[in-house]
Design a protein around this ligand. Structure first.
Ligand SMILES: *Cc1c(COP(=O)(O)O)cnc(C)c1O
Length: 229
């Protein structure tokens, strides 16, 4: 018999996938976003329930936990890093991940460039809401940031990421997702030839359907997979 946690994750995952498909249909999208599970809610051994439920992409917030989880599960999951990354931990994180979602300082870009053995794929974290408590580059500063970052050749920006504010009505963050998409489209033109900015990492448990309608290519979910029934 499968354990109850796996069953719960599996049922929630099926519901999420239905809702994602509906959101794609509403938006007339032919492609569908990748679903990343925020692994911070699971301990190392608990991640077995994710594997059994059919999840293959996870994102970790903390460097130490990433290293531990990666050591145990790198044959099973693809790992991304989604938390705030301090430059001094860049070296730890690099061997474990195929994408870092949360780059927002030139010093981190410099450190990644120095420590990487090959190319590092990253997203620029943008603070579209402008809330002071949030990490990320303000939209107006994103172009200048990428111009400076372009000097570091091993670091390849492949898109943008944002964390929307927690709200009760997900419709209220739609303009922020739309703004991130427009910014991505504009920067993709400005930096064509240097960067291919195709990814939009946006949407969490409370607002992923809106994010999918607005063009998310990666949604990051945690609590939606743990909820009751
Ligand atoms: C925890 C976390 C998520 C998932 O949050 P939920 O609201 O539980 O879906 C997504 N992105 C980041 C960066 C996170 O830290």
């Amino acid at each position: 018999m499968t354990d109850p946690l796996t069953e719960r994750v599996r049922a929630n995952l099926a519901r999420v996938q239905d809702r994602v498909a509906d959101a794609c249909a509403r938006a007339g999208r032919a492609d569908s976003p990748r679903l990343l599970v925020a692994s911070k809610y699971w301990d190392v051994e608990g991640m077995a329930s994710l594997a059994e439920a059919g999840i293959w992409l996870v994102g970790e917030n903390r460097a130490e936990e990433l290293v531990e989880k990666w050591a145990r599960w790198h044959d099973v999951f693809e790992f991304h890093f989604i938390g705030h990354l301090q430059s001094r931990k860049a070296r730890k994180v690099l061997p474990c991940v195929s994408l870092i979602h949360s780059v927002e300082s030139v010093s981190l870009v410099e450190e990644l460039n120095k420590r990487a053995s090959g190319e590092v794929r990253v997203l620029l974290e943008v603070n579209v809401s402008g809330e002071e408590s949030k990490y990320g580059i303000l939209p107006a500063a994103a172009e200048a940031f990428l111009e400076r970052a372009a000097a570091f050749e091993r670091v390849r920006f492949v898109g943008l990421m944002t964390m929307a504010p927690l709200v009760t009505d997900p419709e209220s963050v739609r303009p922020l997702f739309r703004e991130l998409r427009k910014l991505r489209d504009r920067l993709a033109e400005v930096f064509s030839g240097r960067y291919e900015l195709s990814e939009l990492s946006m949407g969490m448990s409370n607002d992923y359907e809106v994010a999918v309608e607005e063009g998310a290519t990666i949604i990051r979910l945690g609590s939606a997979l743990l909820s009751g029934t």
